[in-house]
Design a protein around this ligand. Structure first.
Ligand SMILES: Nc1ncnc2c1ncn2[C@@H]1O[C@H](COP(=O)(O)OP(=O)(O)O)[C@@H](O)[C@H]1O
Ligand SMILES: [Mg+2]
Length: 411
C-alpha cells in the first residue's frame, strides 16, 4: 500500500507552534467535574470545519455522545470526512495519500471554486485544550501551506487522540465467514466479528453478555446464548442459540444465516462495548502518552433495523457514553431513534443543515433550532425531524433558559 510517513508534516506540526497558552474555560471545567470525566486520556472535543467541502467557519463539538442528523446532502458525511483526514494524517500517512482516499479526492475536499482546505481540531488532556489547525493547498500536489498548534507539548496528545478514531463501517456480507480466532481486534468492516466476540466471551464476559442480551432483545426474546463453532485450523464463527416463543430449544443459527440488520447491530454493539485492545487501532504514536479515549464513529447507525428497534441502539450507546470509556459520534436519519432521545439528551443531538442564503453547511444543537419549542409541544422530536421541520437555521430569538426550565434541563 502506498503509505509514506509524513515526516515533513510532523516536522511542520513540531515547528508550527504559536504562543497562545492552552486554556480551558471555567464553564467547561465545571461540566467536566460534574460528569466525573477521567482527564488522563486525551480526547477530541471539537473539529473545526473552516473551509472543507460544503462547510465554512463551522465547528463540530464532540461530547461523550454526539448524534448528528439532518437532510440528505446537509453535510453530515462531509464532517466525518474531515475527521478521517485529520486521523489519517496523525497516523503518519502522507498528505496526498490521505486526500486521495477521501471521498471526492483532494480537489473535491476544498470548497467548490477554491483550492484550499482549512480544518483543525481541539484535543483535551488533563484539563488543557490543544488546538491543531492546518491549511492545505490542493492546486497541484497537495501541500500544507500553514499550520499551528497551541503549545508544543500538545503534539503527542493530539496525535494520540486522532489515532484513537475508530470509524466502523460494518458490511454484513463479510461477517458471514469463518475467521482466524487470533484476529480479535474488530476491523472497520467488522469482517472478523466472530473472532472479536469469541475473545470478548473469554476476556470480558460482562460485555459479551451485553451482546447476547442485545441479540435476544432484537430477536424478540428467542436468543438465550451465543456459541462459537471452531475448525481444526482454529477459525471461528459465532452461532445464535435459539428457542421458540414457548422456550423450546430450536437449534442454532450460524453467523452465515444471520440477518443483515442483526449482524450490523452486533458489530456496533461489539465496537461500543470493546476496550481499545479489541478495536483495530494503531498503538499510540508516543510512549509518553496514555492511550486516547477512542472516538467511535458510525454512520447511519439504524441501517437494516426495523424502526421499532432503532431505540435499542440508542440505549446501547447511551450506556457506553455514560461510562466515559469512549466517545461516540453517530449519524442517523431514524425518527424512531430521535424520538427515544429526550430531555437532556436533546443537547447531544446536532442538526446539520444548509444555510438558505449561502448553501454552506452548518451545525446547530437541536434546542437552538427555530421552531424547537413548538415542535416539542406538537409531538415527538423524531416525527418533527422526519416531516422536515426542525431542519432549519438557528433562531436568534429563542430564550434558552425558558426552554430549559420547561423541559427540566439543568445547565
Ligand atoms: N468540495 C465541495 N464544496 C462544496 N460542497 C460540496 C463539496 N463536496 C461535496 N459538497 C456538497 O456536499 C453534499 C454531500 O454532503 P454529505 O455530507 O455527503 O451529505 P449527508 O448529510 O447526506 O451525509 C453534496 O451533495 C454537495 O452539495
Ligand atoms: Mg451521508
Amino acid at each position: 500500500m502506498d503509505v509514506a510517513v509524513a515526516s515533513d508534516l510532523t516536522e511542520e506540526i513540531r515547528r508550527g507552534v504559536d504562543d497562545a497558552a492552552p486554556r480551558i474555560t471555567e464553564v467547561r471545567l465545571t461540566e467536566e467535574i460534574r460528569r466525573g470525566v477521567d482527564d488522563a486520556a486525551p480526547r477530541i472535543t471539537e473539529v473545526r470545519l473552516t473551509a472543507f467541502k460544503s462547510f465554512r467557519d463551522e465547528v463540530l463539538p464532540l461530547g461523550p455522545l454526539t448524534i448528528l442528523t439532518g437532510l440528505n446532502g446537509a453535510g453530515k458525511s462531509n464532517a466525518l470526512d474531515a475527521i478521517e483526514v485529520l486521523a489519517g494524517l496523525a497516523s503518519g500517512a502522507s498528505l496526498s495519500f490521505v486526500l486521495r482516499e477521501t471521498r471526492g479526492g483532494a480537489e473535491g475536499s476544498a470548497p467548490h471554486g477554491t483550492s484550499r482546505i482549512e480544518l483543525g481540531c481541539t484535543v483535551e488532556l488533563d484539563g488543557a485544550g490543544y488546538r491543531w489547525d492546518l491549511t492545505i493547498d490542493v492546486a497541484g500536489e497537495p501541500r500544507v501551506a500553514r499550520e499551528s498548534l497551541t503549545a508544543a507539548t500538545g503534539i503527542s496528545a493530539v496525535r494520540a487522540a486522532l489515532v484513537g478514531v475508530f470509524h466502523l463501517d460494518p458490511i454484513p456480507a463479510r461477517m458471514r465467514q469463518f475467521v482466524p480466532a487470533h484476529q480479535v481486534r474488530l476491523r472497520r468492516d467488522a469482517d472478523n466479528l466472530s473472532a472479536t466476540m469469541a475473545s470478548l466471551s473469554e476476556q470480558h464476559p460482562g460485555e459479551f453478555n451485553g451482546l447476547v442480551a442485545l441479540a435476544d432483545r432484537l430477536q424478540g426474546g428467542r436468543v438465550p446464548g451465543i456459541d462459537f463453532e471452531r475448525t481444526t485450523l482454529d477459525d471461528v464463527m459465532f452461532t445464535l442459540r435459539e428457542r421458540s416463543a414457548v422456550g423450546a430449544d430450536t437449534g442454532s443459527t450460524p453467523a452465515r444465516e444471520v440477518s443483515d440488520g442483526l449482524l450490523r447491530v452486533l458489530a456496533v454493539g461489539c465496537a461500543v462495548g470493546a476496550t481499545r485492545d479489541h478495536l483495530d487501532l494503531p498503538a499510540p504514536p508516543h510512549p509518553g502518552v496514555v492511550s486516547a479515549r477512542p472516538l467511535l464513529v458510525v454512520e447511519e447507525v439504524e441501517n437494516g433495523l426495523h424502526p421499532s428497534q432503532a431505540g435499542y441502539v440508542l440505549d446501547l450507546v447511551r450506556d457506553a457514553a455514560t461510562q466515559q470509556t469512549k466517545s461516540i459520534l453517530l449519524t442517523t436519519h431514524s425518527s424512531a431513534l430521535l424520538d427515544d432521545a429526550t430531555g437532556a439528551l436533546n443537547d447531544d443531538i446536532l442538526v446539520c443543515y444548509r444555510a438558505p442564503a449561502t448553501g454552506y453547511s452548518h451545525i446547530a444543537r437541536l434546542p437552538e433550532l427555530e421552531g424547537y419549542l413548538d415542535a416539542m409541544i406538537s409531538g415527538p422530536i423524531g416525527r418533527n425531524v422526519a416531516s422536515g421541520r426542525l431542519t432549519g437555521p438557528i433562531s436568534e430569538e429563542i430564550d434558552r433558559h425558558g426552554l430549559d426550565d420547561l423541559f427540566g434541563i439543568d445547565r
